[in-house]
Write a protein that binds this ligand. Structure first.
Ligand code: NAD
Length: 482
């Protein structure tokens, strides 16, 4: 017999231990060839004063096994506790979040009987880097970071996933009509990589109308790839409209490690009563079995689960009078799945996993080889200022002009307020003041001198952003009316 694959298992909080026991019972009965290494994470660890919610020794297990099956955990309310999910994702570079959202009609109620969508969410970048600042009395800032390599690997993962799972189309959601640089890059990378997969259809939607279409006609989508924030929101929407968030599992995939879980939380009010539905975690475990190259076991488990659902054996959360046959608890549900191992569903579509979806795709040559010519052409100086009108600010700031750097525009919350601003424009205490080099390029020395002049005039600059061109193209957004 082949050597057992070690996996790290966290039983979690609330309903976690019950659904994890049920899941492990089913997959072991199905013949999963695994060696379980339990670790403790979550509430108890947080309350011991470890703000990350995980003991240092547990990282060793994760680094050794590189496979993590995790039950939901409770993040205690109040400040100071870091989300274990976010920590695990970023520490291990789990850049792809894969969430299949499938309807099980007519056995589980849904308005979208034919829905079968896989959401692939970028997991590390965007506003989720958590880089935030309070800059003035009135203003908070969150940085949205989108990188070319980050976009390339998630988009490539989506196309590779589509190819190895026999999917026909990959759709990209973004909002590059507003965020022309960040979402614009994501879209551009999508278009570039799509060309390498002529066998797979591709399309792009602005996320607002895309989300509306996804909620209305999900059957017209297949694989959908998107940046972190949109993916976070829309993968919950997709799971819910497929039937229930309680049914979906998800995989977080990195180059070395991967984490598998249910998408729901620890449901503390249902804990310890043998009520919870283990399906989300079980389907997460199915994704894990495919990942560790035990596709036969994954197929046995998934088909037995589909048959159980089809036979109307349902936990309370999916029980519907007239459709369901028997309301069962967590343990009885698990027993029902075990009893059906080897069976296939008759009405629902049976699954057949053949091989592991490819791990992180190889690095590819789409990265730009020749670096562009980068030139410093100015600076945006952000001020905390509440001493008057935009015109007064413009007037005072012009005294700081010099060394080729000249004030060209002032905006407040992105709206142009100087020169020729309108008195109707609402303003706060947070001003962006753009100084551009008259001669085309400038230097750090000239910029530092400008900041010194501003400081000497008593201006509180709370942030600066250098303005660069790349091969002559602006590396900064234009102000409407500039
Ligand atoms: P939740 O998902 O725990 O519960 C939402 C609702 O769904 C509740 O009514 C609950 O009873 C029901 N529900 C959830 N899973 C179920 C299941 N398997 N079977 C039957 N019913 C189920 O969300 P919440 O109440 O917002 O969060 C509770 C805790 O879970 C919080 O501490 C939160 O931080 C944590 N959480 C953890 C994760 C994770 O570890 N991945 C994810 C989300 C929330």
């Amino acid at each position: 017999m082949a050597e057992k694959t070690p996996i790290t298992v966290a039983y979690g909080d609330g309903i976690g231990p019950e659904i994890m026991s049920a899941t492990l019972h089913i997959i072991t009965e199905a013949g999963a060839n695994i060696e379980i290494e339990p670790i403790e994470v979550g509430e108890k660890v947080y309350l011991r004063g470890i703000s990350a919610g995980i003991e240092p020794s547990a990282w060793e297990s994760l680094r050794r096994t590189q496979v993590f099956l995790k039950a939901p955990i409770t993040t205690p309310q109040g400040g100071g506790y870091k989300s274990l999910n976010v920590t695990t994702r970023t520490t291990f570079g789990l850049y792809a979040n894969v969430r299949p959202c499938v309807a099980y009609y007519p056995f589980i109620d849904t308005k979208h009987p034919n829905m079968d969508v896989v959401i692939i969410r970028e997991n590390e970048e965007d506003t989720y880097t958590g880089i935030e600042y309070r800059q003035t009395h009135d203003m908070m800032e969150s940085l949205k970071l989108i990188s070319r390599p980050g976009s390339e690997r998630i988009v490539r993962y989506a196309f590779e996933y589509a190819r190895s799972n026999n999917r026909k189309k990959v759709t990209c959601f973004m909002k590059d009509n507003i965020m022309k640089l960040t979402d614009g890059l994501f879209h551009k990378v999508f278009d570039e990589i799509a060309k390498e997969y002529p066998d797979i259809q591709n399309e792009s939607w602005i996320v607002d109308i895309g989300a509306a279409k996804l909620a209305d006609t999900p059957e017209s989508f297949d694989v959908v790839v998107m940046p972190n924030l949109y993916g976070d929101i829309l993968s919950d929407v997709a799971a819910q409209i497929a039937g229930s968030v309680g049914l979906a599992g998800s995989a977080n995939i990195g180059e070395q490690c991967a984490m598998f879980e249910a998408i729901h939380g620890s449901a503390p009010r249902r804990a310890g009563q043998n009520l919870a539905n283990p399906s989300g975690l079980l389907l997460g475990a199915v994704l894990m079995l495919v990942h560790i190259n035990q596709p036969d076991v994954a197929t046995r488990v998934h088909n037995a689960w589909l048959k159980t659902i089809e036979d109307g054996i349902h936990t309370y959360d999916i029980y519907t009078e007239g459709v369901s046959k028997q309301k069962v608890g967590t343990k009885e549900f698990a027993d029902a799945v075990v009893a059906r191992l080897g069976q296939r569903p008759e009405k629902l579509k049976a699954v057949n996993y053949t091989s592991a979806p490819r791990k992180a795709p190889e690095k590819h040559a789409t990265q730009q080889t020749a670096p562009e010519k980068k030139e410093l052409v100015g600076i945006d100086v952000f001020l905390d200022w509440s001493n008057g009108s935009a015109n007064q600010l413009g007037e005072q700031l012009q005294h700081a002009n010099g060394d080729g750097l000249e004030l060209t525009i002032i905006t407040n919350r992105g709206a142009k307020v100087w020169p020729n601003g309108l008195p109707e424009t609402f303003t706060t205490d947070h001003w962006r003041c753009r100084f551009l080099s008259k001669g085309g390029s400038t230097s750090h020395k000239q910029i530092t001198a400008l900041l010194q002049r501003l400081a000497a005039s008593g201006f509180d600059f709370i942030k600066t952003e250098n303005l660069y061109t790349f091969d002559g193209q602006n590396g900064f957004s234009q102000v409407p009316g500039e």
